[in-house]
Design a protein around this ligand. Structure first.
Ligand SMILES: Cc1cc2nc3c(=O)[nH]c(=O)nc-3n(C[C@H](O)[C@H](O)[C@H](O)COP(=O)(O)OP(=O)(O)OC[C@H]3O[C@@H](n4cnc5c(N)ncnc54)[C@H](O)[C@@H]3O)c2cc1C
Length: 442
């Protein structure tokens, strides 16, 4: 078959995974076309707010210095929300250099500029409608206006990857495999953010907060609502968002934006965002299926990267690092395929082999059951323990003229009275199994 190729590699989607794939191919001095449906890079993309330097450095080397971030994240808080307050654990390290906040538009547009400087040919504002397949091999893509041909196509089209679905690499996700998330960008002046979060004024400090808990009076009566709330400080904005399982939302007939509105009034959150003017609202899906729902990652002439492949570890809020490194690895495999003039599925299985040696498939494998295990205990994590922690701290902090021994004894016996001991045992087993999964993971 004689094909007039326009490029060596076509990459569909200019999120972190697609840009990384394109950069990796361009670094090998091959011709790469990067096609993005949105007019401005990053304008259709969404996240909580932290990008990780180790993955960016692995992709860009010294060029990471060209990226202007907003704030370095030096403080991580994990919190349990109850109806009237919260229990928070904060880890602070002012020397940490591993994560920064940056808006997606700024991240993607700066990465695109770096990609162009390597020779990537970037085509924005262009929707890829379908793949061109001949003799069971992907040989290019079709946009609304024209067709582009290349021996390798990399699909970086995000969580809702219709292209890999059409190629039967990926099955349609079920609602329980998806987290639906809503987020607001709240504008506040820089000084207010620094004062409120106790940050230095030179952007070398920032805050990331993750909250568990759904026992709010407005949400009483809803069942198995496992939700995670996040808050990140940027230069002069705060990002506040929440994610919940799509299946739980639809069974409870709840909208994610209603939940976000409730969270904004919570006594531990409202003071942090007070006076913030909403300048942006977005909603996005997160693939939750993990290792078990991973699509076939390659076929003749094609590879799938980033969210399109379900590469995300939502327990640790990691996604951009999986996207960047899977893109980089796919780009390297494309270079090897070009060098060997072999674009078969058999040859491109190299991509999966390389992913297996990286943290990507190791972590996805180790965490393959964890979300399910946590969901199975969602009432414990979101309602029972946040309340028990509250009761425990009322004893520790409340000088209420009752003997401490009596109060601690009552607390301990109530643990078993309030809850069937079998449920407590199930919690302990589920958490232990999560720990063992990670400890004995790959
Ligand atoms: C609420 C939320 C919070 C998150 N928080 C974090 C966090 O703090 N840190 C972190 O590391 N990760 C986080 N993530 C995950 C992270 O955002 C993703 O893992 C990452 O964006 C995946 O990058 P990607 O390039 O694979 O996909 P995307 O960023 O989704 O990019 C896909 C691109 O493909 C384009 N596209 C799609 N279809 C077509 C088509 N047919 N033709 C042309 N272009 C197309 C889209 O416009 C888009 O630009 C979060 C995600 C969400 C939703």
């Amino acid at each position: 078959m004689d094909i007039n190729y326009n490029a060596d590699v076509i990459v569909v989607g200019a999120g972190p995974s697609g840009i990384a794939a394109a950069i990796s191919v361009a670094k090998g001095a091959k011709k790469v076309v990067l096609i993005e449906r949105s007019q401005y890079p990053g304008s259709k993309n969404m996240y909580g707010g932290a990008v990780y330097t180790s993955a960016l450095r692995e992709l860009l080397g010294q060029d990471i210095e060209k990226i202007k971030f907003e704030r370095k994240i030096t403080s991580h808080t994990y919190a349990f929300l109850n109806e009237t307050g919260s229990f928070e654990l904060t880890y602070q390290n002012n020397e940490s250099n591993s994560a920064y906040t940056i808006k997606r538009f700024n991240l993607e547009s700066q990465l695109i500029e770096i990609a162009k400087s390597y020779g990537v040919y970037y085509i924005p504002n262009t929707l890829v409608k379908s793949l061109v397949v001949e003799n069971d091999r992907v040989i290019g893509i079709e946009t609304e206006l024209e067709k582009y041909y290349a021996p390798v196509t990399i699909l970086a089209d995000g969580v809702n990857s219709l292209l890999s679905q059409n190629l039967k690499l990926k099955q349609d996700y079920k609602p329980k495999d998806i987290i639906l998330s809503a987020k607001e960008t709240l504008k506040l002046d820089k000084q207010t953010i620094e004062k409120r979060f106790n940050l230095k004024d030179d952007l070398t400090q920032g805050v990331a907060k993750q909250y568990f808990g759904s026992d709010f009076k407005e949400l009483k009566g809803y069942k198995n609502l496992f939700m995670m709330t996040f808050l990140y400080t940027f230069k002069d904005t705060i990002m506040l968002g929440v994610g919940a399982n799509l299946d739980d939302l639809s069974k409870n007939k709840l909208n994610i934006n209603e939940i976000l509105d409730i969270i904004k009034t919570h006594p531990s959150i409202a003071p942090l965002i007070e006076g913030g003017e909403r300048i942006e609202y977005s909603a996005h899906m997160i693939p939750e299926g993990g290792y078990k729902k991973m699509p076939k990652l390659y076929s003749n002439g094609v590879m799938v990267v980033g969210d399109a492949a379900g590469f995300i570890n939502s327990v640790h809020f990691e996604g951009t690092n999986f996207a960047l490194i899977s893109g980089k690895i796919a780009g390297q495999c494309a270079l090897e395929a070009l060098a060997n003039n072999n674009f078969s599925s058999n040859f491109l299985s190299l991509y999966r082999k390389k992913l297996e040696k990286s943290f990507i498939l190791k972590d996805l494998y180790s965490y393959r059951n964890i979300i399910e295990r946590l969901y199975s205990r969602s009432n414990s994590l979101n309602i029972y323990y946040p309340n028990k922690i509250k009761e425990l701290f009322e004893i520790i902090t409340g000088a209420n003229c009752v003997s401490k021994s009596k109060q601690f004894r009552e607390f301990f016996f109530k643990l078993f009275k309030d809850r069937n001991p079998i449920e407590l045992f199930k919690d302990a087993i589920a958490f232990l199994r999560c720990a063992l999964d990670v400890f004995f993971g790959k």
